[in-house]
Design a protein around this ligand. Structure first.
Ligand code: FE2
Ligand code: FE2
Length: 246
């Protein structure tokens, strides 16, 4: 990615660090006991997933940025980590106000964290963007599953940020992929789609009550996940970046 493109993303993340999206106070904040039962465990898993110090990501980014002289990449990812921590805080506030228990660990969250530690920045971003795809669909489903105005606006707020995250991550991944040999590109595509399908299956099994309430079946949820993949990581050939990663 060129320094100019990185500058645009740095401006974006700096702007949102100075003016974080927030949920206005005074919104109706009523959750029925049935809604609370439906979402409590599920929302706790996503709240846990939003929490990260970003140590592995920032170490990988520093190595990557040093090799390619892209120092602003590290600044962008530092601000990105802070934005995700803010998501965790917004969800935690909501959960605490509604007497929902926080989770300290969850096996799906543990698998994602272990995978992200395995290799360099590129693999980390593949795992991360998979979680972002799922997060966007989940928060939209949660918004549809509740009548609580505060939770609806909270979900929309998170989705706005996650869409920007996916925009940034997919741009980096597409540039890295464009610099690869065709056979490696094909393998990366196969591997990532398989990982996304497996993740979507686990998320369906563990969060299906919320997803069903929003109108998803297992197949339509998987289709929605793959549509996200296609939209962000398989753009029309004219939109593909040239291999400009230095
Ligand atoms: Fe997030
Ligand atoms: Fe995100």
């Amino acid at each position: 990615m060129s320094p100019d493109e990185l500058r645009i993303w740095l401006n974006h993340f700096e702007h949102h660090a100075q003016h974080p999206r927030s949920v206005p106070s005074g919104l109706a904040d009523v959750l029925t006991p049935e809604e609370r039962r439906l979402i409590a465990r599920s929302i706790a898993t996503f709240q846990l997933g939003e929490q990260s110090e970003g140590v592995t990501l920032l170490q990988a980014a520093e190595r990557f940025a040093r090799r390619r002289q892209l120092s602003s990449l590290v600044q962008i990812l530092q601000l990105f980590v802070r934005e995700e921590q803010r998501h965790a805080a917004l969800l935690r506030e909501f959960m605490e106000d509604h007497g929902m228990a926080l989770k300290r660990r969850d096996w799906t969250d543990g698998v994602f964290r272990r995978l992200r530690r395995l290799a360099g920045l590129e693999l980390y971003l593949y795992v991360l963007i998979t979680a972002e795809f799922i997060g966007i669909l989940y928060y939209r489903a949660l918004e549809a599953a509740t009548d609580c105005q505060r939770l609806k606006v909270l979900c929309r707020t998170l989705v706005c940020d996650e869409l920007a995250h996916v925009g940034f991550e997919s741009q980096v991944l597409l540039e890295l992929r464009a610099a690869r040999a065709p056979a490696v590109r094909a393998l990366l595509r196969l591997g990532h789609r398989a990982f996304l399908i497996a993740t979507a299956g686990v998320v369906w099994l563990t969060h299906r009550a919320v997803l069903r309430r929003a109108g998803y079946g297992a197949r339509s949820f998987l289709r929605a996940c793959l549509a996200q993949y296609a939209f962000h990581l398989e753009p029309a050939p004219a939109a593909l970046p040239s291999a400009s990663v230095p």
